[in-house]
Design a binder for this molecule. Structure first.
Ligand SMILES: [Zn+2]
Length: 179
């Protein structure tokens, strides 16, 4: 089975409406958290800024969470703006839902294909691994990866997931011989 890997090349933008200029795109920029102590309770926010007017907004990561219930390493990460933690919180679907944004993955990922198909014995099986939760449409990804038209994809591909529905999970497909 040949592996294809989808991975991010940078952090995605956020589709989030700015309250000032109504733009619908925001970025985490270099990635900053703000931690605010209120007695023994902590608020943690991830800061994002509007790509049009630079207005900063706060996304809630934790609200009034007891200091003692934090993993100390994680808490240090918030205080040090650990880039891994910025990525993890930005890509966390629960945080996206709570803060009403979606991720805009346009031009933020690539498809790594290690070997070409030229001399393969057909049919060929390919496993697509999503190293990051990028929503991909299988038919478009396969067309791009194989250099096929989408009609050809429909004719030559057998896939274990619906071809037209975006998925953020891995899948496998089989390429049948061409005419
Ligand atoms: Zn704005």
């Amino acid at each position: 089975m040949l592996p294809w890997v989808v991975r991010r090349t940078r952090l995605p933008l956020l589709s989030l409406r700015c309250v000032d200029c109504r733009s619908e795109s925001a970025t985490t920029g270099e990635g900053r958290f703000r931690v605010n102590a209120n007695g023994k309770l902590l608020d943690v926010w991830l800061l994002v800024r509007c790509v049009s007017c630079d207005r900063t907004s706060k996304l809630t990561v934790y609200e009034r969470k007891p200091v003692g219930s934090f993993d100390p390493v994680e808490l240090d990460g918030y205080r040090d703006n650990d880039p891994e933690l910025v990525a993890a919180r930005l890509l966390d679907p629960l945080i996206a839902r709570r803060n009403h944004f979606t991720l805009d993955w346009t031009d933020a990922w690539r498809l790594d294909i290690r070997s070409a198909f030229r001399d393969e014995a057909w049919p060929v099986q390919v496993e697509v691994v999503l190293a990051d939760p990028v929503p991909v449409r299988p038919d478009r990804l396969i067309a791009r990866g194989l250099g096929l038209s989408r009609n050809e994809v429909v004719r030559r591909i057998k896939c274990d997931v619906p071809l037209h529905r975006p998925t953020s999970a891995g899948f496998t497909f089989t390429v049948m011989a061409g005419d």
